[in-house]
Design a protein around this ligand. Structure first.
Ligand SMILES: [Mg+2]
Length: 369
């Protein structure tokens, strides 16, 4: 079997009201998705999504004519491309989807088949006032979730703590709570500085008091000494690495004792092929591996296969904050959204590949390139 073509299309879902993502000072009124398809001479097609595939144009010939199952070879080419240009990892996801279709197996089984399910945590994205946060938490509980992530970005961290306290007071121990400080990186237009270690320590103490499961990106991604010292100062797990580009950076983060929880996202960094190495590194160091998934439903699904194949993932991020960020937006490119069951599990089906299908009508209606 040979690869006969790589097809890339771009889509934009316009929406109103806007989504005020806590980590972005610009309200979002549209959501872009890039769909990558790998076609073969056997009539099978693999589909992936995630990043925008910037810099891929002109490199198609490096894949056309190749055996689609030579995934490690393809990964080397994609790694070269990401070094020189942009992150083109959705192609790796499409190749795994294709490998599953060729072999008749779901991807998580090709990766090791440890389990078919992982518990989702509801990852909120908006900054609501304390009462509304408590209501949202109640809503997640009613839908079966056992864990929820709260954003800290209200300007004064005491206001963030007030929102967290309101949630804890409402749900008690019924929800595991994570906090995302979003200090590791900024949007291109956001130039305000990250917290320092001395900013983060008193916040970590409050999170410890409130029984928070992990504190995510409390410092700039380069402040490794700060992360190491913060990790020694508090019992709360320190999480990070969602956009960390290189596997050797994870090796160094582990060696330097910076993190308890490693969060690279297969749709943005390394693909499934690259991140299975990071998952193995995390296991060897007795650390938690649980990917960031804030791309779209196809990205969440690919990360779910990765976690289920290889690890007893504690919780997997499930971006979900209705009405601003519901499944109608997150999964608009999919014929069926990725749902959680009544007890908060993502359960992967036995469908060959990654198990999703594109919504062709929706993709036609939203196509912009
Ligand atoms: Mg995050």
């Amino acid at each position: 079997m040979k690869i006969t073509g790589i097809e890339i299309t771009h889509h934009r879902l316009q929406y109103d009201p806007p989504f005020h993502a806590s980590w972005d000072t610009k309200p979002r009124t549209a959501f872009d998705a890039t769909i990558v398809r790998v076609h073969t001479d056997a009539g099978l097609t693999g589909v992936g999504s995630g990043d925008l595939m910037l810099g891929f144009a002109g490199h198609e010939h490096l894949f056309v004519g190749q055996d689609p199952l030579a995934i490690e070879r393809h990964h080397r080419v994609l790694d070269n491309i990401q070094f020189h240009y942009g992150r083109c990892w959705p192609l790796d996801l499409a190749l795994w989807d294709l490998a599953g279709k060729i072999t008749g197996q779901p991807v998580y089984k090709l990766l090791g088949g440890l389990t078919d399910r992982v518990r989702a945590y509801a990852s909120s994205g908006t900054l609501r006032d304390p009462g509304a946060m408590a209501e949202a938490a109640e809503g997640y509980l009613a839908q079966g979730f056992r864990a929820m992530k709260i954003r800290f970005h209200r300007g004064d961290w005491r206001r963030d703590i007030a929102a967290l306290e309101a949630v804890r007071a409402r749900v008690g121990d019924r929800l595991e709570l994570m906090v995302d400080c979003n200090q590791g990186w900024r949007m291109p237009w956001d130039t305000y500085p990250a917290w320092s270690l001395k900013d983060a320590v008193p916040i970590a103490r409050e999170l410890e008091r409130l029984g928070v499961y992990w504190m995510e990106e409390p410092l700039h991604r380069a402040d490794r000494e700060g992360m190491r010292r913060l990790r020694e100062t508090t019992d709360v797990r320190i999480a990070g690495g969602e956009m960390t580009r290189e596997p050797h950076e994870f090796r160094d983060l582990i060696a330097d004792g910076c993190l308890d929880v490693l969060q690279p996202d297969a749709a943005l960094v390394g693909g499934v092929t690259g991140l299975r190495r990071v998952a193995t590194m995390a296991q060897a160091a007795n650390l938690v591996f649980t990917p960031h998934t804030w791309t779209n439903g196809m990205g969440v699904t690919a990360n779910a296969h990765l976690v289920c194949g290889l690890t007893e993932g504690v919780y997997l991020e499930y971006p979900y904050d209705p009405p601003e960020w519901g499944l109608d937006r997150r999964d608009y490119m999919m014929a069926e959204p990725l749902r959680v069951d009544a007890e908060g599990w993502i359960v992967l089906p036995d469908t060959p590949g990654l198990g999703y299908a594109p919504d062709e009508d929706r993709l036609k209606a939203t196509r912009v390139g």
